[in-house]
Design a protein around this ligand. Structure first.
Ligand code: HEM
Length: 393
């Protein structure tokens, strides 16, 4: 197996990681990525196989669990109750509860509100150059997830602040300051939710938090800590990636001069899948091996970690012809941007709904939309999102 060296914070890589992925994939499905100290999967087949292989999972094997440094305790406490980092039977129980509350009806009921929100935000666009990331792409997902969970919309700025500080823990270049900020955000977020859940117990509404509280009150199904961990996961996961999926999509559509016809009702779904394939907002997730397993000529030992490069799998030429070309008319629609297997993204239908409303409305209302400056990605790998999206309309 090839060994590769690539700093995830190198500016050229941050701006365009795809040439590195192409070089790695050409050398075989797996390569040892020195900076991460683990084997990484670059081909579509290897990523899909590992996502679906139950001998691998996200939960840390018990013999590798450590207490962690005390300054991180509040952040670790939230993580410890996250369904994202659990495996069956805990994962099955938590995911079933979330799915019970996260019905397709609850999602589709959000559509008229998302549509109205997009129009309000567009009505408020300033004249001249402005940052579409702040004015639009960030607002739609954060307000939508507040509505779905039943969190007051005026909390959106706090949620954005807490969430950015917490997810920075997964980004390359983490420092002690990142850790202190994440711990502080976790403390504030947990305190807010504890108080809010107490209030909502006596004043139930028709929202996801109320349904999760009902599950908690049924007894053994959901502990209070799990309820808080689940709400934080949904609030964070519910907007961080969608913000950048929308923004990367706007950038791609503008840079490629894609025809507005690609956003028509009968073509928009394909266009969204191509946006998700071409430039997804999350590029890498990891798994632990739970037993000794040989795959793709490599022997994984129990406890080994393997990185799954979703962004690389999406550009595999054995699945998509001319994968570096943005082509919303492609026949192959599947991609790995929402993961696969047991942890497949719970929010994929919501993220797709937000994109299918936010993008056509933006381009219909702002037919002269153009980039005011070439956008650049923020130094936040494995996230792949823009720092700013300066536009004029
Ligand atoms: C374009 C936007 C989004 C992208 C690209 C995305 C991507 C992903 C990916 C790749 C995973 C699986 C991670 C793994 O296998 O290790 C995942 C899991 C998850 N996502 Fe999303 N997501 C998006 C939007 C959302 C939204 C809107 C929500 C919630 C409202 C959400 C909630 C979750 C949850 C709860 C999980 C954990 C599922 C589990 O562990 O069973 N995501 N997401």
């Amino acid at each position: 197996m090839k060994t590769c060296r690539q700093s995830p914070t190198e500016p050229a890589f941050v701006q365009d990681p795809y040439p590195f992925y192409t070089r790695m994939r050409a050398g075989g499905p797996l390569a040892y990525w020195e900076e991460y100290g683990k084997v990484a999967a670059f081909s579509h087949e290897a990523v899909q196989t590992l996502l679906k292989d139950r001998r691998f999972g996200r939960e840390v094997p018990p013999e590798l669990v450590t207490e962690g440094p005390s300054h991180l305790a509040p952040w670790l406490a939230v993580e410890a109750h996250s369904l994202l980092d659990a495996e069956p039977p805990r994962h099955t129980r938590l995911r079933a509860l979330v799915l019970r509350a996260f019905t397709s009806r609850a999602i589709s009921d959000l559509a008229p509100g998302i549509e109205a929100l997009c129009h309000e935000l567009i009505d408020a666009f300033p004249e001249g150059e402005f940052d579409l990331l702040d004015a639009y792409c960030s607002q739609v997902p954060v307000i939508t997830i507040c509505r779905l969970l039943g969190v007051p919309e005026d909390m959106a700025p706090d949620l954005l602040r807490w969430s950015h500080a917490m997810v920075a823990m997964y980004q390359a270049g983490r420092t002690r300051a990142t850790e202190d900020a994440a711990a502080q955000a976790a403390t504030e977020f947990t305190t807010f939710l504890r108080g809010y859940i107490e209030k909502r117990r006596n004043d139930p509404r028709d929202d996801l938090i109320t349904r999760l509280i009902a599950a908690e009150e049924e007894g053994t199904k959901l502990s209070t800590d799990e309820l808080i961990g689940t709400c934080i996961l949904l609030l964070n996961a519910g907007h961080e990636a969608t913000v950048h999926a929308i923004a990367n999509g706007v950038k791609t559509l503008l840079e490629t001069g894609t025809s507005p016809a690609a956003l028509a009702p009968d073509t928009i779904d394909r266009t969204i899948e191509e946006i998700m394939r071409f430039d997804p907002p999350l590029h890498m997730f990891s798994r632990y091996a739970y037993e000794d397993v040989t795959l793709f000529d490599h022997m994984f030992r129990r406890g080994d970690e393997v990185a799954l490069l979703l962004g690389a799998a999406n550009r595999d030429p054995s699945v998509w012809a001319h994968p570096d070309r943005f082509d919303p008319t492609r026949a192959t629609l599947t991609n790995t941007s929402f993961g696969g297997g047991l942890h497949f993204c719970v929010g994929a239908p919501l993220a797709r709904l937000e994109m299918r409303i936010a993008l056509p409305n933006l381009f219909a209302r702002c037919p002269a939309l153009r980039l005011a400056k070439p956008p650049s990605y923020s130094d936040s790998y494995h996230f792949h999102g823009l720092a700013k999206l300066l536009v004029c309309h």
